[in-house]
Design a protein around this ligand. Structure first.
Ligand SMILES: Nc1ncnc2c1ncn2[C@@H]1O[C@H](COP(=O)(O)OP(=O)(O)OP(=O)(O)O)[C@@H](O)[C@H]1O
Ligand SMILES: C[C@@](O)(CCOP(=O)(O)OP(=O)(O)O)CC(=O)O
Length: 388
């Protein structure tokens, strides 16, 4: 029996992927760009053995059925690559035990599927020694589109491609995580419940019913991708932030243009958007960018030097009973800097409401997937989960 354990990070798009041209191969209608996050990741152990009776899978400590179409999709694409690499029939017949856990809430709009499928593919490739030999991002993509971007660290572009077989729909790294080390992220978790409309279902409905979605894909995204790539290369935060916010707003406009509409933002999300605009205006430059995926949680991109003040801003706007407890502010420790009275006045800073945020995660741009030592395995020497 062979066991391998790897981790793969979450990524948060600044130019959103929304809409497929092929639902089987998960081919998108537009390019997208994301930042890979540090500290938030999926960890997966895979054991392969000729002695296992069947394939089994555990996610966050609970056994799941192995026949989820997305998992089967990934395994089928992976096996095709394995066959092409000349693997023996015997190796191809080995059964798998897959055990995975996320160190953040699953299916809450925090891109768990992206980290999860990237980790599955990276761990499989490591187990079979195929890492350098195959296009990992194209296999991660058939698990969940956004997963292809989690194959790399730093800033990543998913090129939509135009081939029908999807061979050119892959992720490429725009810059490694060391390129812009000052870039940090605050995630304001408004809700970590399962969302009502999945990204898959929502984007399928948008493609069928939104009159705006095609306009965005053809006329807005190409220039935005070009401009934000340049802003990343030049570490031009103003441009990066403006494009990020505009693209998030446009994506949610398309969600509302979908029929019936997909409503992912709530009143708290809108209050966050308003607060960030008031802060940027009062500060005299764009210091913070917000972006929202298919859920109400805000992901704020900002530079390290501004984190202490923005944290104070968020805490004053959203007072919370748990505000000083370690489970309220998770991640990299940060010392707050009080907002001056003058700035508070300009922002018109008043508490928006009590206990509206569940917690805050502080992180930064991070590296791509990693191979972990045996001591970190989630499976024991019999190939069964250590924690049940
Ligand atoms: N570590 C993992 N390994 C394998 N599959 C995972 C893992 N984590 C999540 N998934 C799969 O992804 C599903 C959640 O995906 P979903 O798109 O609903 O939520 P999300 O990824 O948190 O949100 P979003 O994609 O909108 O950001 C889970 O139900 C599971 O099938
Ligand atoms: C709003 C998004 O987060 C949508 C992500 O959609 P998924 O990648 O979860 O969808 P499927 O390909 O159907 O699995 C934007 C983004 O990450 O680019």
């Amino acid at each position: 029996m062979k066991i391998v354990t790897c981790s793969a990070p979450v990524n948060i798009a600044v130019i959103k992927y929304w809409g497929k041209r092929d639902e089987e191969l998960l081919l998108p209608i537009n390019d997208s760009v994301s930042g890979t996050l540090s500290e938030m990741y999926a960890k997966t152990s895979i054991a392969a053995s000729p002695d296992f009776a069947g394939n089994r899978m555990w996610l966050n400590g609970v056994e799941e059925t192995f026949d989820s179409p997305r998992i089967l999709n990934v395994l089928q694409h992976f096996r095709e690559e394995l066959k092409k690499s000349g693997a023996s029939k015997e190796i191809l017949s080995w059964k798998l035990h897959i055990c995975s856990e996320n160190n953040f809430p699953t299916a809450a709009g925090l891109a768990s599927s992206a980290a999860g499928y990237a980790c599955l593919v990276y761990t499989l490739a490591t187990l079979y020694g195929l890492q350098e030999k195959i296009e990992l991002s194209a296999i991660a993509r058939v698990g969940s589109g956004s997963a292809c971007r989690s194959i790399y660290g730093g800033f990543v572009q998913w090129e939509a491609g135009n081939r029908a077989d999807g061979k050119d729909s892959i992720a490429v790294q725009l810059a490694p995580h060391t390129h812009w080390p000052e870039m940090e992220i605050l995630i304001l978790v408004v809700s970590d419940n399962r969302k009502k409309t999945s990204s898959t279902g929502g984007m399928s409905r948008s493609v069928k019913t939104s009159a705006l979605i095609d306009f965005r894909a053809k006329n807005c995204v190409p220039k935005r991708v070009q401009d934000i790539s340049k802003a990343i290369q030049e570490k031009d935060f103003q441009t990066f932030a403006e494009i990020t916010m505009k693209d998030s707003n446009q994506f949610h406009a398309i969600c509302l243009d979908t029929y019936p509409p997909c409503v992912y933002l709530n009143d708290v999300s809108h209050a966050i958007i308003d607060l960030i605009h008031r802060y940027n205006a009062a500060a005299g430059s764009t210091k913070v960018a917000y972006t929202f995926d298919a859920g109400p949680n805000a992901c704020l991109y900002l530079l390290r030097q501004d984190v202490p003040e923005v944290l104070n801003l968020v805490k004053r706007a959203f007072p919370n009973d748990k505000i000083n407890s370690p489970e309220y502010l998770k991640g990299i420790p940060v010392t707050e800097k009080p907002i001056s009275d003058d700035l508070a006045k300009k922002i018109n800073l008043e508490p928006i409401g009590h206990n509206l945020l569940k917690y805050i995660i502080h992180t930064k741009i991070g590296d791509g997937p990693q191979i972990l030592p045996e001591s970190q395995s989630l499976l024991n020497s019999s190939g069964l989960p250590i924690k049940m």
